[in-house]
Design a protein around this ligand. Structure first.
Ligand code: SAJ
Length: 420
C-alpha cells in the first residue's frame, strides 16, 4: 500500500461523509469513492453538486474528482474504508446501530488483507470492539492480523462559518499502535489541526460522547434556570451575559425551546445505555435529557398562559410557528424540538401556519404573520430576526430568546422568552 496514493472508499455521503470525501479528494492524491444508499445523493455528487448544506463542500465538489455510487462493489480493492453512517436513537431512546451493521455487512465481501477500516460515526465506548470488529471477522479475516480498525469520531458543526473538516482537531483510537500511527498520518494529510492519538478504540469512542454530553447537560442547566428565573421575573440572558464576563471557569450556554440535531440529544443516550448495560445508572445525564425534552411543552405552556391573559385558548387560535429546523440558517429536522412544538399545537387544536425558509413545503412568512394572532419562534433563523412588521400579531413566544423584547413591549405586543 502506498500511503500517498490509496483507494479510499467512504460509506455514507451525509453531513459527515461528504465533506470528508471532498477534503480527501482536494488535499491528497488518493482516489476517493463515495457510497450511499440514496440515488438522489449519488446523482447530485456525480453532477458536482452537494447533497448536504455545507458551504465549504458545496465549493469543493466543483473543483475535485469524486465519484459516488449506490453500488458497494465499487469499493473493491480499497486500501482504506471509512464508515460515516448515521447512529440515531430509536423511538424508545435506545441506540440504533442498524446503519453501521448494514454498512459492515455490505463491506464484508470486499474486506481484504492489509485494509484499514475507520469508523467516524459517533458510538458509545465498546461498539468497535464488541460490534464492528466481530462483524468484520465474520469474513474469516482477523483484526490486527489481516485488517485493522481505527475510530476517528466525526466533528462537524453544520452551518459553522469558521470551523470545517479542514481545521477541526481530531482524536484517533485504533486496534493497534501501528494502525493508529497510519491513521494519524492519513488524517494529517488533509487536516490542518492537531490529530491526537488516544490509547484505544474505546477511549476514542468515549471522548466523543462526553463532548456532546457535556453540551447537553450544560444546556439542561440553563433550561432549568430559565424555568426558575421566569418565576422570579429575572432575564436569564442578562444574567448569563453577566456571568460570562468571568474570564475563567464559566462557559455560557443558552436556554431555548429544546435541543435538536443529530448529536447533542442523541449521544447521551448511547453513553447512558452502555453504562446501564454495565450496571451503572447515569441518573444525572438522564435528568438533563428529561429537562431538555420538557422544553417544547414548556414553550407551548407559555403561549397558553399568554392567551389566557387575553381570554383566549390555543384551540381555534391562529398561530404561526416560525422555524422547524433544529438550528439557525440550515434546513435540518433531525430531532428538532420544533417538530414536537408543532405536534403539541396541532393536538391542542391551534389553527397553525408553519414557516421555515430552509424547509421546503412550509408557508410564506408575510401572509402567515398577517393571518396569525400569536407566534412561537422555534428557530433563530436570520430571516426571522429581520422581521420589522409583525402585522396583527398580539403574542410572541420567543423560543430562542433571539428577538428584541423591548420592541414588543413598546408596541403593546405580549412578549415571552424562555427565562425572560
Ligand atoms: N442549543 C441550546 N442552547 C445552547 C446551544 C445549543 O438550546 O446553548 C440547542 C440548539 O438550538 C440545537 C441543539 O441545542 O437545537 C444542538 O445545537 P448545537 O449548536 O450543538 O448544534 P449541533 O447539533 O450541530 O452540534 C454540533 C456538534 N458537533 C458534533 O457533534 C461533531 C456539537 O458537538 C458542537 O458542540 C456544536 O456543533 C457546536 O459547537 O456548534
Amino acid at each position: 500500500m502506498n500511503i500517498d496514493k490509496m483507494k479510499v472508499s467512504i460509506i455514507g455521503m451525509g453531513y459527515v461523509g461528504f465533506p470528508l470525501a471532498c477534503a480527501i479528494a482536494k488535499k491528497t492524491e488518493h482516489e476517493v469513492i463515495g457510497i450511499d444508499l440514496s440515488k438522489q445523493k449519488v446523482d447530485l455528487i456525480n453532477q458536482k453538486k452537494s447533497p448536504v448544506e455545507d458551504k465549504q463542500a458545496e465549493k469543493d465538489i466543483k473543483e475535485i474528482s469524486l465519484s459516488a455510487s449506490t453500488d458497494f462493489s465499487k469499493i473493491d480493492s480499497s486500501d482504506l474504508i471509512i464508515i460515516a453512517v448515521p447512529t440515531p436513537i430509536k423511538e424508545n431512546k435506545l441506540p440504533d446501530l442498524s446503519c453501521i451493521e448494514s454498512a459492515t455487512d455490505s463491506i464484508l465481501p470486499f474486506l481484504k488483507k492489509g485494509q484499514l477500516i475507520i469508523l467516524e460515526s459517533t458510538v458509545n465506548p465498546g461498539v468497535c470492539d464488541e460490534v464492528l470488529i466481530p462483524a468484520l471477522e465474520r469474513s474469516g479475516l482477523r483484526c490486527n492480523e489481516d485488517f485493522n480498525v481505527a475510530h476517528c469520531p466525526e466533528r462537524i458543526d453544520p452551518g459553522n462559518k469558521k470551523y470545517n473538516v479542514y481545521n477541526i482537531p481530531r482524536n484517533i483510537g485504533a486496534s493497534s499502535s501501528e494502525s493508529a500511527a497510519f491513521a494519524k498520518k492519513f488524517y494529517s494529510s488533509f487536516i490542518d489541526a492537531d490529530i491526537n492519538v488516544v490509547s484505544s478504540l474505546k477511549a476514542a469512542e468515549a471522548s466523543k460522547v462526553i463532548e456532546n454530553t457535556f453540551r447537553d447537560i450544560n444546556i439542561a442547566y440553563v433550561n432549568e434556570l430559565a424555568k426558575s428565573f421566569d418565576l422570579m421575573g429575572l432575564d436569564i440572558i442578562e444574567i448569563i451575559n453577566a456571568a460570562s464576563n468571568k474570564p475563567f471557569a464559566f462557559m455560557p450556554h443558552f436556554p431555548g425551546c429544546g435541543v435538536g440535531g443529530h448529536c447533542i440529544p442523541v449521544d447521551p443516550y448511547y453513553l447512558i445505555q452502555k453504562a446501564r448495560d454495565m450496571g451503572f445508572e447515569h441518573s444525572f445525564l438522564q435528568m438533563a435529557r428529561d429537562v431538555n425534552n420538557s422544553m417544547p411543552e414548556y414553550t407551548v405552556q407559555k403561549l397558553e398562559n399568554s392567551l389566557a391573559e387575553i381570554g383566549k385558548k390555543i384551540k381555534g387560535t391562529k398561530v404561526c410557528l416560525l422555524g422547524l429546523s433544529y438550528k439557525p440558517n440550515v434546513g435540518d429536522l433531525r430531532e428538532s424540538p420544533a417538530l414536537e412544538i408543532k405536534k403539541i399545537l396541532n393536538d391542542r387544536g391551534a389553527d397553525l401556519a408553519v414557516v421555515d425558509p430552509h424547509i421546503e413545503g412550509t408557508q410564506e412568512l408575510s401572509k402567515s404573520l398577517e393571518r396569525s394572532e400569536a407566534v412561537i419562534l422555534a428557530t433563530a433563523h436570520d430571516d426571522f430576526k429581520k422581521i420589522s412588521d409583525w402585522k396583527g400579531v398580539k403574542i410572541v413566544i420567543d423560543g430562542r430568546n433571539c428577538l428584541d423584547k423591548s420592541y414588543f413591549i413598546s408596541k403593546g405586543i405580549i412578549y415571552r422568552g424562555i427565562g425572560r
